[in-house]
Write a protein of this length. Sequence first.
Length: 465
Amino acid sequence: METNELVELEQIQAVLEDLIQQRHWTGLKHYCIELDSVVLADSLRHISTQDQALIFRLLPRDFGITTFEYLDIDSQTKLIKGLGQSQVAALLNEMSPDDRTALLEDLPGPVVKQLVDLLSPTERQIAQTLLGYPENSVGRVMTPDYITVRPEWTIVQSLDYIRTHGHDKESLDVIYVVDELGKLVDDIRINQVLTVPVTTFISDLMNDSFVALIVTDDKEDAATKFRRYDRTSLPVCDSDGFLVGIVTADDVIDIVAETDTRDIQQLGGVEALDDPYMQTPFWVMLQKRARWLIVLFIGEMLTATAMGFFQHEISKAVVLALFIPLIISSGGNSGSQASTLIVRAMALGELKNADWTKVLKRELLSGLALGSILGVIGFTRVVFVSGFTKLYGPHWLEIAITVGAALLGVVTWGTISGSMLPFILRKFNADPASSSAPFVATIVDVTGLIIYFSVAAIILHGTLL
């Protein structure tokens, strides 16, 4: 959020709190109504739940419902506890089904049952249906608020139907065509309907080509299809092809934000948080961070073991120890780069499991090229310093060659490791994002030492070793 927006929200928050303190209820109501519902929702997040409840009691019904939907789940949950039963019932009954499902699935079972009982029979049936779908499935985020027409209808019939039944629908960008049984047969953009003669039949606009989600699909699949087909909404069908709902762009934005947040946290070597940072209890945060740190620490202990294995070489040629941080950090950095690129490409659907051979060839060439660049720099550095000092001794040329060759090998190996780990994890149905940068770096640290001292043993044999 921009600095100007933060300042504006703080000013609005101050006005709201001042009006509440003065008990100027009429002024408070008018001030809130003049605000955009999104801005009001953002401002309410930082005042007490008691004051939020007071404001919602003053707001007109429709404006209050819209504002409530823009609050985050945590704020909605707290606010429900501060409102009366009748107002909670009004909010839940008027909320869009997908937003209501997102709220209910985050609450404990007994609380969900109490809230579902407050719904009207029709809304209760919708809520129970959506909550009955598997967690993280498209069924949980879809809405049943959509418009359908029949192939045999004319444009004028369809427009009359839309005028009568479309006022409470979430999206009218796309009209869905179903047969007499309710099976989806096509979808038509609204601009097609509005730009043809009114005597045209819907069937004349159909091309029998549409993209649909299955109700049990993972919700991340919905985000992938939205991106691939550039849609603002997509129909959701059951296994038999019957239209049961739609997923809209606002739902996909939430899915993408949730997925990206989880992946970024895992790439940083942290177990994904279930709640926002400030709402995550301290001990839960500690537990999620400690697990990865312990794993990485144990991994780094292998580095110490590897150095112990080459203790004899280090004692004979102490100069080799000077380049250990340079060598292993270069391998870790190249591995982290490759891992991050591959994980993101997988998340965007650009790479499949079968693409691993293509990636291997590409990253092998990249590793050799990058390793050569760093190797030349490392070689030049040793040669340059040796021209002015005797830091590296009489065998400075052999050391320069060792450093250059080791960098070539370690960077190439790091690049290959970082690019292949996501494929290996996905093969075993694990999250590729788990091959985070710290995890890759730990693996490459250990193997990098082995490569470095193996190269040194070959090149420096008979001189320093």
